[in-house]
Ligand binder design. Sequence first.
Ligand code: PEP
Ligand code: MG
Length: 928
Amino acid sequence: MTEAILEAPEETGNAESQPHKWVYLFEEGNGENKSLFGGKGAGLCEMTRAGLPVPPGLIVTTEACNAYYDNNKQFPDGMWEQVVEALQEIEKKVGKKFGDSDNPLLVSVRSGAAFSMPGMMDTVLNLGLNEETVQGLAEQTGDLRFALDAYRRFASLFGEIVLDVAHEKFERVMDRFKAQTKGGKDTDLQPKALREIIAAEKQIILADQMAIPDDPYEQLRVAIGAVFNSWMGRRAIDYRRINRIPDDLGTAVNVQAMVFGNMGKDSGTGVAFTRNPSTGKKELYGEYLLNAQGEDVVAGTRTPNPITQLKKELPKVYQEFSEITQLLEKHYRDMQDCEFTIERGKLWMLQTRTGKRTGAASVRIAVDMANEKLIDRQTAVRRVSPEQLDQLLHPTVDPKTTTQALATGLPASPGAAQGKVVFSPDEAEEMAKEGEQVVLVRIETSPDDFHGMVAAQAIVTARGGMTSHAAVVARGMGKTCVSGASALDIDYGQHQFSVNGEVVTKGEWITVDGSTGRVFLGKVPTIQPQLGSDFHELMKWADKFRRLTVRANADTPLDAKTARGFGAEGIGLCRTEHMFFGDQRLAAMREMILADGVGAREKALEKLLPLQRGDFCGIFREMAGHPVTIRLLDPPLHEFLPNVDELLGELSELKMALRQARTLADMDHLLDEIDGKRQLLHHVNKIREANPMLGFRGCRLGLLFPEVTRMQCRAIFEAACQMKGERRQVTLEIMVPLVSLSEELAQQKALIDEVARQVMGEHGMTIEYEVGTMIELPRAALTAHKIAEHAAFFSFGTNDLTQTTFGLSRDDSGRFLPAYVDRKILADDPFQVLDTEGVGELVRLGAERGRSVKPNLKIGICGEHGGDAQSIAFCNEIGLNYVSCSPYRVPVARLAAAHAELEARAKADAEVAGGNGKVLEAVGASQL
Ligand code: PEP
Ligand code: MG
């Protein structure tokens, strides 16, 4: 098979005189060109060329979709004729005729973008049926019940998917008729009932002032248009935005001869992965239903059986399917997600594509496949996305919890999350916008729910299997999900669900454990995951490929320990003001900030010194000789001052209390308190700033109040001497914040050196240290060559640099930045993803200018962007030495740094190999 597939792809270009080719038969296409044929189409072409059992079909290309949009939503010239022509080829192959009332050919119509997208149009099955062809189908198969069943499915699918009629309306009809049968299942419906269902379905569509065309060709034309339209539907656009898929890729349309899984007990349909998509275990993992069509499995209307059961029910088919899937995995060198149908004992393959997987599965599969020599280690590292790794670092429910689960469903997507129960996606979105944590609880989800799923912390459904919509979408997003929690009796009208008599109403908290399928009432404690050996193995490989060093932003000994545990190679930013969060410490910090005069300040600083020294010792011990960059105090005042409104409130309460006081002692005490509060208010008002983020912070504080810098440096050097006394190694870097003038740094450095000499003299010791600076203001970046004269290193503070480059406040811009992203004024929130064009240009320029005077200047980044994969790639590209990010993001940064370097090498290799096309391929390959 491999050889057959690996034949050189056929030329897909056209000679100039030939009309443009919009339509390809499966055997004409190839598996390489996902951007033209879509992912599904490419897989079908590949399987067809390899001689696997695939029902014949055609693909309308993504180019046709794009031309449709360029052409005012009209099919491009010649496209429809090519569809009809290709359909004739399919007719010849299967010996049936499309629209023929005696021997009708039926087709399925599916969307198929280059990336599988849950927001896209689903499958329409059995297209080509009408009142006449359904008779033909009954005669052709000798099974009237089957023919009518196919027709009622087609009517509801066409109504729902092509004409956009609400799914529930069709479901209600089905439920009503099923309830009248003995067994209560769809397979118990007899021809009479099926005819009535079809009539009812048509009536529903008519009530919405639409109709299913009688002419099968017209059905096909409308369905292809609907697939194209779904590309620009809200769900698809939302999905692309979240997954960073460009809007101009377009979708292909697959039209394929039907095979039927609902022709009795030796027929069926299912989906299976070549490895377990939740855990990564090497096993055939999936579900199937006998006597069913595709949507029965995914919609969760019947509970499917595990694929292993097929081994007993249809052993030969199972064997063949298992062999084919193994072959496909070997060929694609990746885990495959395969769809199949069995028609009267014959296996048909309907899809193969790279399977979506959880973070844990992704790591395990990558490591296992490299160990099985199916892929090399570079590929293994590139296979795991930073987002997947991030997922792996999600919390789980504390196993020691004694709380009983309210209900248990399927462990559809791992992680533990909690939130207030909501029942509608719109509510989920609204409440999340208000800053609430919500869990979306639905009977089952559909693509219509996507925006609510995005907004929710977790998703719970009462129906649906492991491959249901909710499960697949949640896994893709790395969102906790429990599906098929059938004990939940959900009442949308009453905004509540009940489980065994216990009623849970909208707004109550629940905790969802997507790893075990449990749903708990209330907030149950969660813990961070233990990372397995696969994770460590993969990280080891990634570390070999990266060039950037990864450090952590860690402010306390505990942070430092966590960071080391995640593999941080140093601390790139210790925000010393963060050491004073916490009630007692905050009081000492406030006293220092509010001190009136040097004397009072020095007194307050005396209290801070031992606290800082103790913390520095703890951090040095944890870091065991790895570099530690300690930044001098940079307290934006509003983070540390009492709130004026609160103070006023407290003052008026004290005054009330004074009026009601009965004893002289009480009055005295209250008057003292009032006096104290008044003084505090007076001080706060005196130093309050209109925009504290651009105020008296950073080195400005240390320059005007040198006693602050003195105290900090004393604490640092005393701690370093203590470590030396304990024979511990310390690699010390002292960093000056918010510098915009080289003289600011020069003066602070002189002070640091002076205190260093003093403390070293007192201890009779020498401590090696370096003094460097943050570059976080545009002026600093522009004058970096001057600043570099006094600096041993630069660390780009891209949080402040973004704020000051854009002229946006870090505190308030959340009010309008999301709208900017929504309206595509900005591609991303620049506080999350580095704006390479503007802020990044200042970083590049600052680094270049700094190195123009000191070629070996050590340069890193410590803004939030240091943990963002895209931003890390940019840091790699411009030759920075390190990135620094919060401890939990360190593994992601290590992996992203490896990806960045591997991608840069692939790009360089492709450039050497020549040709722009190759560059695109090399870059694109890692994204597909
Ligand atoms: C920065 O500005 O990027 C930075 C790291 O400093 P802070 O966030 O503490 O202002
Ligand atoms: Mg800053």
